[in-house]
Design a protein around this ligand. Structure first.
Ligand code: 5AD
Ligand code: SF4
Length: 353
């Protein structure tokens, strides 16, 4: 494979500050070229099942934080979670993501174990978990039961910024330790940050990308911070960078592709909250993953981490055909029935270029 040299931190910062549209188009084209070299025209599909919205945490930015008393809390029954995953399988999805707020008790661990075992018994879907910071023993039990991947965003690599965004008892160090535990168990591990947070700087974002490499991450999911009126961080929104957040997010995706190379990068739903074509634009600027929401419709209104979340009233079927068309519009196609394991994981962290 043609040699792609690594960007330096200074170059990353330079690109994050770049305003010239032509120069930016060349950055996106470069990231797209590398993405196509690695994955061809394939976009991998993961169906997200937001199976419960109760959370023991109180992150200052999130709509389902414990302190938000305005939302109705739900937990999908085990049978319905499994049925939703089986539907995804029947539709050719290679993988499902089981996502919920952070609930750390035995009953929940039991539920997850049963769901994993049942799905694995009936399908060869890859199972990704996104359940927050749990005990290493729980991560290990899930892995042994058949879970393949875990998503845990670090939100920012800047510890003092992390502390501004979270109340007491939310530990940056513990979060990083969780990511390391997941890696050491053998999961394919995904992380990410929010882009454009209050008090965040361009240098912070460059550090985030370097930190992903240091953690040897396999998968990246990042999106713009979207102030949510129902949360305490809303009152700090004047301290956000005065940048075009959509462009800044695209730059981050392209730079992650060029710096981390063989990782999976997702075109996140939050991008589409800022631009109608957000996800497909991301898929032509370095992203190679799309995660349609397949949560049954009746629950979706209650899983609002941020406002303007797209696809709230589209059924999973509608979501699928809408996304198919979006992907075709950028000359890519969905890799049905393929697991789409991150090359970074398969290459064991060694890039063959
Ligand atoms: N804007 C954008 N992303 C958010 N998340 C939570 N709240 C917001 C918001 N207001 C993201 C966090 C979390 C993921 C599940 O959703 O990064 O890890
Ligand atoms: Fe809970 Fe995650 Fe929201 Fe924090 S970001 S309140 S841990 S769901």
């Amino acid at each position: 494979m043609e040699q792609e040299t690594y960007l330096s931190k200074e170059e990353i910062i330079h690109w994050l500050k770049e305003k010239d549209a032509n120069k930016l188009a060349s950055l996106y084209a470069r990231a797209d070229k590398l993405t196509r070299k690695l994955f061809g025209t394939k976009v991998f599909f993961r169906g997200i099942i937001e199976f419960g919205n109760s959370c023991n945490k109180n992150c200052y930015y999130c709509g389902i934080r414990k302190g938000n008393e305005k939302i109705f809390r739900y937990l999908m029954p085990k049978k319905e979670i499994v049925e939703t995953a089986l539907w995804a399988y029947s539709q050719g999805y290679g993988s499902v993501v089981l996502q919920s707020g952070e609930i750390d008790n035995e009953k929940r661990v039991e539920l997850i174990l049963e769901v994993i075992k049942e799905i694995k018994k009936k399908t060869n879907l890859r199972i990704t978990l996104s359940l927050g910071e749990l005990l290493k023993e729980s991560y290990l039990e899930f892995f042994k039961a058949g879970a393949d991947r875990y998503l845990l965003r670090i939100e920012t690599a800047n510890k003092s910024l992390y502390e501004k965004l979270h109340p007491e008892g939310h530990s940056f160090d513990n979060r990083i330790e969780c990511v390391q535990n997941l890696k050491s168990i053998g999961y394919q591990v995904g992380t990410g940050v929010m882009i454009g947070l209050p008090f965040q700087t361009i240098e912070d974002l460059a550090e985030d990308i370097l930190f992903f490499k240091k953690l040897d991450i396999d998968m990246i999911g990042m999106g713009p911070f979207i102030p949510n009126e129902e949360t305490p961080l809303f009152s700090q929104k004047q301290y956000c960078m005065k940048e075009d957040m959509f462009q800044l997010s695209l730059k981050m995706i392209a730079l992650c592709r060029l710096y981390l190379k063989d990782v999976n990068i997702s075109a996140t739903t939050a991008l589409q909250a800022l631009n109608r074509k957000g996800r497909e634009i991301a898929l032509s600027s370095g992203a190679n993953i799309i995660m349609p929401i397949i949560t049954p419709l009746k629950y979706r209104q209650n899983y609002l981490l941020y406002p303007n979340k797209p696809c709230l009233d589209e059924t999973a079927e509608m979501c699928k055909s809408c996304i198919e068309n979006r992907i075709k519009s950028v000359n890519k196609n969905i890799a049905y029935n393929e697991p789409g394991d991150p090359l970074h994981f398969l290459n064991n962290g060694k890039i063959n270029d």
